[in-house]
Design a protein around this ligand. Structure first.
Ligand code: ADP
Length: 616
């Protein structure tokens, strides 16, 4: 007897070329089929879309998917059609005859998945259409957008609140990558989910290696990261627009093909940048956070933040754009404890597209501080992220972050150094900023020191062998641990913090970190916990590159992004296994029946030709 699960398994093999479910997909799909409301929380790349796409094929009614961005919908619809699934979207940029045609197809039962924006769902005429089409299932993508507590609140999502009342018969399924318990609860309340099945996936992304490096020589650090990912896709995030412009310009001058993306560019420039990256004409984007939501390129091998983002949720989402294909990828953040202060100014005074909103300053600063603590702490990055999202991390060593790989080390004599710094702050009367305190500790001969007679202080020159940069970093680390605090004036000064007294008495544990003097060799990296990127040998790489070129051409011809044709994971498997018959090809990851029919002959011919000329 075939069960529903067997049918689902056949479907994902037939349409998508997958041979098994990812964790929780099965449970999420069954909840959809049983029409029990659900809230599915999985990290970016976890496979949320399949949870509503596959069951939709077994339902006799159309499934409606609510999604925040037109570009996001378009890519999904294109992707589904390539897999032989009847999907469509309705949006305001379509001509009215196109819209009529889709509406007719929906009423005729010819469409399995219909994508629409939350604004459209609020329209009476659209709701009438859905009623006539007997809609029984709603999938709400990026559901955290409905919550004030989330990091990406969108007022238009609030219009979904009465969905439940308008469609009492239908089940509502919410999907998000934001897992803090507060946001989860809010989603359930806002959408009035009825006894929902809550499925919360594993938040760890073992294929990502996280590094937080002190920002010392930014340009050299950027080049180092870009250099070790030549020929691979990457995203560099900057906090400010002007940094995006200058960094992308500098990279281009260096011969690196990089496009810039931020909200200050003209819409057509933005579209062009996004398009170049999505179609793989360009592999590197330098961007502000404005970039990314609609980007589904799965073979991003690194994400580099040149400054600290403004929340752990943002960091998780932005860094999560790396390695969505499950293959190894790297996330590097260049961090200075001063970044939190940049954010404070921007949150309080506005700028970079942020509206100052006094009501949210506290909440926003809480998010900043949480991330600041993550950066300056000496704890395993995988563990810290997972625990932030309310989950447990059991491994003792992740083998995939700067801390566990031993790339940073604690500063010997942290307590004594801290005492010297605190004492200096006290001696200068708690009336000077980071720069001056640093100069006094280093025993510099500056005008300010001469004017104030600070060279006579007992703390003058106490840390003269340390560099300016080290001292600044330590001061910021002491702020993060409440040994010092910084006033919030226009010219912030250092004061003793709540734990200063304990440190002076030697009764507190002070943790200062610095980059390890002797970096562990690269071999350490290859021991990452899961899904290591099997290196392609030279002749595989040649075939991989030629398949990529073929994919680019095919994508251009069809007007879709390349990953819609095949993911990198599929191309890598093709390059390694070199299937030369349609039967063998069908066994490759990501090759379902529709794609076998569309591309099978072309691929087999190409691989045969390659094998005839290349060594095996
Ligand atoms: P999310 O929306 O959670 O960020 P996606 O739905 O975009 O994640 O899925 C991430 C990637 O994983 C996509 O490339 C998708 O095709 C792939 N994927 C999803 N489910 C499976 C599965 N069961 N087997 C293999 N690959 C899968």
């Amino acid at each position: 007897m075939t069960t529903v699960l067997d049918r689902l398994r056949d479907l994902i093999s037939h349409h998508w070329g997958y041979d098994s479910f990812r964790p929780l997909q099965q449970e999420a799909m069954l909840a959809t089929l049983e029409r029990r409301d659900s809230l599915v929380v999985m990290p970016t790349g976890g496979g949320k879309s399949l949870c509503y796409q596959a069951p939709a094929l077994l339902s006799e009614h159309v499934t409606v998917v609510v999604s925040p961005l037109i570009s996001l919908m378009k890519d999904q619809v294109d992707g589904l059609r390539e897999c032989g699934v009847a999907a469509a979207q309705l949006n305001s940029s379509q001509r009215s005859d196109q819209q009529r045609e889709i509406e007719r197809a929906v009423l005729d039962g010819k469409i399995k998945l219909l994508f629409a924006s939350p604004e459209r769902l609020a329209m009476g005429s659209f709701r009438d259409l859905l009623k006539r089409a007997n809609v029984r299932t709603f999938a709400i993508d990026e559901a955290h957008c409905i919550s004030h507590w989330g990091h990406d609140f969108r007022p238009e999502y609030r219009q979904l609140r009465d969905l439940r009342k308008t469609f009492p018969e239908a089940s509502v399924h919410a999907y998000t990558a934001t897992a803090t318990p507060k946001v989860r609860q809010d989603i359930i309340e806002q959408l009035s989910l009825r006894d929902p099945l809550e499925l919360v996936g594993d938040f760890d992304r073992p294929n990502l290696t996280y590094r937080v490096l002190p920002r010392t020589k930014e340009w050299e650090q950027v080049l180092e990261v870009v250099g070790r990912h030549q020929g691979e896709a990457g995203i560099i995030y900057c906090i400010r627009r002007r940094d995006v412009d200058s960094l992308s310009e500098k990279l281009r001058r260096k011969g690196v093909n990089a496009v810039a993306y931020h909200a200050g560019l003209q819409p057509e420039e933005r579209r062009a940048a996004q398009e170049q990256f999505a179609t793989e004409k360009c592999d590197l984007v330098v961007a502000t956070v404005a970039f990314g939501m609609g980007i589904d390129r799965s073979n991003v091998r690194f994400v580099l933040h040149t400054g600290m983002p403004k929340s752990i949720e943002h960091y998780q989402q932005e860094s999560g754009r790396a390695g969505r294909d499950g293959l190894e990828a790297e996330c590097v953040m260049l961090y200075s404890a001063a970044d939190a202060i940049v954010w404070r100014t921007m949150i309080e005074r506005g700028g970079e597209g942020i509206e100052p909103d006094p009501a949210f300053v506290d909440a926003a600063m809480r998010h900043v501080r949480d991330l600041d603590r993550y950066c300056s702490a000496a704890a395993c990055r995988h563990r810290s992220l997972v625990e932030y999202f309310g989950q447990q991390y059991t491994a003792a060593n992740c083998n995939a972050c700067d801390i566990c790989l031993g790339e940073t080390e604690s500063v010997p004599d942290s307590l004594i150094i801290a005492q010297k710094i605190l004492s200096c702050v006290y001696r200068v009367g708690q009336a000077f900023g980071v720069g001056h305190v640093t100069s006094v500790l280093r025993g510099e001969d500056t005008e300010k020191i001469r004017d104030r007679g600070h060279s006579r202080l007992s703390t003058f020159g106490l840390l003269k062998t340390s560099t300016k940069h080290e001292l600044r970093e330590w001061i910021y680390q002491l702020i993060a641990q409440d040994f010092l605090r910084q006033t919030e004036d226009e010219y912030p000064v250092l004061r003793l913090g709540a734990r200063a007294r304990d440190a002076m008495k030697g009764a507190a544990e002070v943790k200062l970190r610095q980059p390890a003097a002797r970096k562990k060799d690269k071999a350490a990296r290859s021991t990452t916990a899961a899904a290591p990127l099997e290196p392609l040998v030279a002749h595989d790489r040649e075939l991989f590159e030629s398949l990529r070129k073929w994919r680019r051409g095919e994508a251009e011809h069809r007007g879709v992004p390349p990953y819609v044709i095949f993911s990198d994971k599929t191309l890598r498997e093709l390059a390694r296994k070199r299937p030369t018959t349609l039967h063998e090809l069908r066994g490759i990851y990501g090759v379902g029946d529709a794609k076998l029919e569309a591309f099978g002959d072309a691929l087999v011919t190409q691989i045969r030709e390659h094998c005839a000329t290349a060594p095996s």
